[in-house]
Write a protein that binds this ligand. Structure first.
Ligand code: ZN
Length: 188
């Protein structure tokens, strides 16, 4: 298994638009495997390619007992209005805030073989996680969705945290085995 370094808030790649994946190669499969390993080692429930310094439009998710490779995703349907819930992000460690998301969404995406599929009526942690990851694929972070006041408070807290990450990189300890499933983990 390979762990990838995670880019944290301040790294320019987190703000870039990703590019559509058009070739489903063995190299892409390795990237996805490494992203799952990295996400698990960091105790996250989702991880998007820009968070590991890549520009492919893809993310991996493991939430509500659903494990997905999500390539070129599009939200095709939104239902039930907005719901507020706490979010964190592997790229903004230790910062948490309430974010409004659609209650249920349907996502159309491709799997690792390029086959199109739909995740229908995704709600709860899975629905929230997918919305958070798809935001990442368009250069958007959860802090962008906070009110001015809450954003300012989150950024003040981040000012103390960011010193831990020289060059905006979060290097996971080598030798960390993927931990046991942690029901409380919701960093994405
Ligand atoms: Zn995130």
């Amino acid at each position: 298994m390979s762990l990838l370094d995670i880019h944290v808030f301040g790294s320019p790649i987190l703000r870039q638009e990703t590019e559509l994946v058009t070739e489903f190669t063995p190299a892409l499969r390795r990237l996805v495997d490494d992203m799952f390993d990295t996400m698990e080692a960091a105790k996250g429930v989702g991880l998007a390619a820009p968070q590991v310094g890549r520009n492919e439009r893809l993310c991996v998710v493991d939430a509500d007992d659903v494990r997905l490779v999500v390539i070129n995703p599009e939200i095709v349907h939104k239902e039930g209005g907005l719901v507020r819930g706490e979010e964190g992000c592997l790229s903004i460690p230790e910062i948490y805030a309430d974010v409004d998301r659609h209650t249920r969404i349907t996502v159309r995406a491709q799997d690792i073989d390029g086959k199109w599929y739909e995740i229908e009526h995704a709600a709860n942690l899975l629905g929230r996680c997918l919305q958070h990851e798809i935001d990442h694929l368009h250069g958007k972070l959860f802090t962008d969705r906070l009110s001015m006041l809450k954003k300012r408070s989150a950024m003040r807290d981040w000012d103390y945290e960011k010193a831990k990450y020289p060059k905006n990189l979060r290097v996971l300890p080598v030798g960390d085995l993927p931990p046991e499933k942690d029901a409380s983990a919701s960093d994405t």
